[in-house]
Write a protein that binds this ligand. Sequence first.
Ligand SMILES: Cc1ncc(COP(=O)(O)O)c(C=O)c1O
Length: 394
Amino acid sequence: LFQPEMSQNIANMSGQVIRDILKLTQQPDVISFAGGMPPTDALPHEALREISGLAFEKYGREVLQYGTSEGFLPLREFIVKWMAKKGVKAELEEVIVTSGSQQGIDLMAKAFLNQDDRVIMEKPTYLTAIQIFQLYGASFLFGDSDENGIVPSSLQQISKHSTNKLLYLVPNFQNPTGVTLSQDRRKELPGMMAELKLVLVEDDPYGDLVYDGNHNGPIKAHDQDQRVVYLGSFSKIISPGLRVGFAVAPEAIIEKLVIGKQSSDVHTCNLAQAMIYEFCAGGLLEPHLESLKNQYRKKRDLMLEVMDRHFPRSVSWNKPGGGLFIWVQLPAGKTAQGLLKEAVKEKVAFITGECFYVGGGGSNTLRLNFSNASSAQIEEGISRLGKVMHTYLA
Ligand SMILES: Cc1ncc(COP(=O)(O)O)c(C=O)c1O
């Protein structure tokens, strides 16, 4: 049998966790709280179907031609105005459209990381970001986190090294923990980056999905020293399948992201960019966001209420003010892996927390998604999971 000799960076990775999640979510009789997707019936299908026709009419054959790596100009102009409303002043030259914010992470890694360079992160953090950084040969250091996100003073404790390159944060309703960075830390962090010789990657796919209170505004809004790169995404607020996101960064960094993008995919699909632009500029984004927030708030509240009713007292969890996830802790010594084995027998699934921890930890944690399942599935699935927990933890 042919045993291909792979690169060291990819040889050590299995991709198994993502494959397992997809397998579980695709079984029709399993109630899955594993993924992080909008429910398919909440995708604005009719509006986007009409808009795709309109985009073909309005932009003609050009939409089928190659475009620029920086992205579709009207969409970039919209992003400049949209970010200004969030308190981020950006020039057009400081915006690139990416194929999802995931590509933004990938392009930042491509632009900044040499083999064995270090990325500073929270523990736990977004699984795919970990994988991307590993593929570029990075190693990791961790800041301390509490209920208000990463603790700035803990970054000062990290040994200073010229190979420390990026600080990767998900400041709003973090994936997986649901934690949000406090306002005072948002103000403090950008000013620390120059001394620490770091660039802060602010990955923010969940910032618009706020269910309680006010939006904190991006860290990038406090970036006097031009050390923060903001990554945005239309995946969780319009459609993940269209694969449109963006980065806002100093021009010198954008230039390198453009070079990286040229060798990845030349540019993000023109039709997808035009559709996202027409959806937003046509005034459909705000009402759609309102409707999503109302649906997701109800589902979050329902899930929390059903958890309260059915989960054993020894299990604890947070109440996220937005985003898509609830983070659950089993009593010490009990593993979410063990629980998942039993849960799958009862046709209910979640993702174990340990895959969000580099180098181990979190074996008693798990992540529940509340956006994708229907209300009836939330009632049924959480009550099943509660029963499994009572037996498993007894
Ligand atoms: C923290 C975080 N960043 C980035 C992404 C990727 O999103 P996109 O679809 O924009 O690539 C996700 C998706 O789940 C995410 O949770």
